[in-house]
Design a protein around this ligand. Structure first.
Ligand code: AMP
Ligand code: GLY
Length: 426
């Protein structure tokens, strides 16, 4: 099977690494890819915003499956264009991608199908939004409706903070994503990421993870795309997975099919495990980054076969098996991230860094004069495997310590919650 993978992050390197092991794989291309992905696929400079150019490329190279990593091309309808051209694609249509592209859409879906989520209101003007805040009180959460690169959410501890977030949203800083605001109840509990492969009718549970969104140790400081993650998530017990499937995933999949917009691809539920059980914080319509970098090393089965199964509507007859080991990934970011990351600093020691139980995934790297240099905010992901999260962490940091990169930094406490629990249970 000839495959085109769209994307250039650590998530896509993890996918490429796993797909490269598939006996089904024929030619493998990535657009635009990165130096790590280039070890597995031919990286091509294709403007993926030009959907017709992607179709032309697929026809020329006889691509039999397109895999779309990031959300932006999904929300803008690359899947729709490819399907119209008869090219199979793993990833939702633009209508189905509204599960990530519009928080208001998802909240309305939850209300309609009785899916547990925070109580909310949707507003297109600031005064009515502020009235709602006055009525409910703080703490309260203010969200721009559309895609705002992870920056559109404010957890307001006071009403004044909530008013300021509402004004910011309507000031235009988020562009059209801020034309509407969703205001919701503040949920308390432990967060977890839950993944499913979907074929429109059937959802196959596809792993759990927890990530660290804040830049600073102890989970403080500004939000980032994610500074590290581990899998499985200890809070996602078998019972919690079963409840999440029954109360959240299955009603969503059925609802989407009923509305005529069946969901095919990865459905990623950001959950709050509250004292009443799982509550949906948000959906994403793709793998998490860096969660994918801990899922792929644990997956025993053929990813390409599973993705093809999803596209062909065959998931009811398929299963996914996982290694018993835990995986933990540490993100190495360029100095300045998440503000203005410094580009161009050389990264040394990569060749000697990986051991048997570790894997290094590239994100924002480039090759300059034959050397690997930083070329983005999040630059590398170092994943370790081990019998416990503690051992996976030790493996990951052993490799991190061999990387010589003065231009970058990482958090040293990834996995602390699970590791504290493991220490308490001995
Ligand atoms: P989102 O972009 O919707 O994932 O929100 C970013 C982060 O804000 C989430 O990962 C949570 O940590 C937090 N968050 C979002 N909504 C809520 C909520 N209703 N209650 C508590 N925390 C929330
Ligand atoms: N790690 C969070 C995300 O991918 O959205």
């Amino acid at each position: 099977m000839n495959v085109l993978l769209i994307g250039s992050g650590g998530r896509e390197h993890a996918l490429a690494w796993k797909i490269a092991a598939s006996p089904l794989l024929g030619m493998f291309y990535a657009a635009p890819g990165n130096p790590g992905i280039a070890e597995h696929a031919e990286c091509v400079s294709l403007d993926t915003e030009d959907h017709d150019a992607v179709v032309r490329f697929c026809r020329e190279r006889e691509i039999e499956l397109v895999l779309i990593g990031p959300e932006a091309p999904l929300v803008t309808g690359l899947t729709d264009t490819l399907i119209s051209a008869g090219i199979p694609v793993f990833g939702p249509t633009a209508d189905a991608a509204r599960l990530e592209g519009s928080k208001g859409f998802t909240k309305d879906l939850c209300a309609r199908y009785g899916i547990p989520t925070a109580a909310y209101g949707r507003f297109a003007d600031a005064d009515r939004a502020k009235d709602y805040v006055r009525k409910v009180g703080a703490p309260i959460v203010v969200k721009a409706d559309g895609l705002a690169a992870g920056k559109g959410v404010t957890i307001a501890m006071t009403e004044e903070e909530a008013y300021a977030a509402i004004d910011e949203c309507f000031s235009g800083v988020f562009g059209s994503a801020g034309a509407e605001v969703v205001i919701e109840e503040f949920l308390q509990g432990e967060e977890a990421s839950f993944f499913c492969l979907c074929d429109g009718k059937t959802a196959l549970p596809f792993g759990t993870a927890q990530d660290h969104k804040r830049v600073g140790e102890g989970d403080v400081g500004p939000n980032t795309g994610g500074m590290g993650a581990y899998s499985p998530a200890p809070v996602m017990t078998e019972e919690m997975v079963a409840r999440t499937m029954r109360e959240i995933i299955e009603p969503t999949l059925n609802g989407m099919a009923e509305m005529g917009t069946p969901f095919v691809g990865v459905l990623y539920a950001g959950l709050m495990i509250t004292e009443n059980g799982p509550s949906l914080i948000e959906f994403n319509v793709r793998f998490g980054d860096p969660e994918c970098q801990v899922l792929m090393p644990r997956l025993k089965d053929d990813l390409l076969a599973l993705m093809k199964g999803a596209v062909d509507g065959q998931l009811a007859h398929m299963s996914a098996r996982w290694r018993d080991e835990a995986a933990l990934t540490v993100v190495l970011a360029a100095n300045g991230y998440p503000g203005k990351p410094e580009k161009g600093s050389p990264i040394m020691g990569l060749d000697g860094a990986a051991f048997d139980n570790t894997q290094i995934f590239h994100a924002g790297t480039a090759i300059n004069d034959g050397r690997i240099v930083a070329n983005g905010g999040r630059v590398l992901n170092v994943t370790g495997l081990g019998e416990t999260v503690t051992k996976a962490r030790d493996a990951a940091y052993r490799a991190v310590d061999r990387i010589d990169w003065p231009g970058g930094f990482c958090r040293r406490d990834i996995g602390w919650r699970a590791i504290t629990r493991e220490a308490e249970s001995v």
